[in-house]
Design a protein around this ligand. Structure first.
Ligand code: PMM
Length: 265
């Protein structure tokens, strides 16, 4: 899954694809690099970010979804808002990726149920402004699996069939670097929920921590792509259904290595 952030302020690529034509071109480049799916988002969820206006979010996302779909690209929409999801589905989106797992907008789950598309349920404990203080766990893998399991049940009860659901540990969302690493190591426990697992660690802070130099300075976001590819290989090897990344080409190769290894064992 390649990422197109149509935002002025995302942490790793904010502003680069804010113009719709540039965003569409970037989406096509990601497909040429090996992406099977392009995830289009119009709201930054970086830690501390404030929310974008609803109409503005639709204005950013919908034309890009429509134009990429017209080019034959499979598009997912990254949004926490039902109205944006509905307009994106009308424009051709084949999957809704909601970092709040339907918790941010009570209209989301019914809207996706009616739209008939798959839904990504990410582990989420609150909006970006407040997620830092919620990064408290005694046993992060057990708690994330339990909270995601409860969320899956609620989403199914609200009308989305289980076979349309994907789960995601929500790396970096109400999590510190050590939590992210434990969740990657414990991916098998997430798979035990019985749904495909999406892993979205591309360029995130925990990779910056791992790569930091002697005085603790992390490399800039775009200096984390080799580490992202390594993470993609590990996630694929552990049975992830998809990895969501900014630099698709390196990850496509990493996933090929993991696949070759799986078929050799
Ligand atoms: N992270 C970001 C945005 N969307 N979607 C899912 N399903 N999982 C994530 O972890 C996730 C996401 C934030 O990263 P970005 O600013 O690089 O897009």
């Amino acid at each position: 899954m390649g990422v197109v952030n149509v935002t002025p302020d995302s942490f790793s690529d904010g502003g680069r694809w804010f113009d719709p034509a540039a965003a569409v071109k970037h989406g096509l480049d990601l497909v040429a690099g090996g992406a099977d799916l392009v995830d289009v988002g119009g709201e930054s969820t970086r830690p501390g970010a404030s929310r974008v206006d609803e109409d503005e979010e639709s204005r950013r996302v919908v034309p890009v979804v429509r134009d990429l779909t017209a080019e034959g690209v499979l598009v997912s929409v990254d949004t926490m808002r039902a109205s944006v999801a509905v307009r994106a589905i009308e424009a051709g989106a084949v999957l809704v990726n909601d970092v709040s797992g339907g918790l941010a907008d009570p209209g989301m789950v019914p809207a996706v149920a009616a739209g008939g598309v798959p839904f990504v349920v990410m582990h989420w404990r609150g909006f970006s402004r407040e997620m830092h203080r919620r990064a408290v766990y005694a046993d992060v893998v057990r708690e994330v699996v339990a909270e995601l399991g409860a969320r899956l049940e609620a989403v199914v009860a609200a009308g989305i069939p289980p076979e349309r659901l994907v789960v995601d540990p929500g790396l970096g969302f109400a999590k510190r670097a050590e939590h992210d690493l434990r969740l990657i190591a414990g991916l098998g426990a997430l798979r035990a929920l019985g749904r495909p697992v999406l892993v979205a660690g591309s360029r995130k802070r925990f990779l910056g921590h791992i790569l930091a130099d002697a005085d603790g300075t992390p490399p800039p976001a775009h200096g984390r792509d080799a580490a992202t590819a390594a993470l993609s290989a590990i996630a694929a090897h552990q049975g992830a259904w998809a990895v969501r990344v900014h630099d698709v080409r390196a990850t496509a190769d990493a996933v090929r290595v993991a696949r070759a290894l799986a078929s050799a064992t």
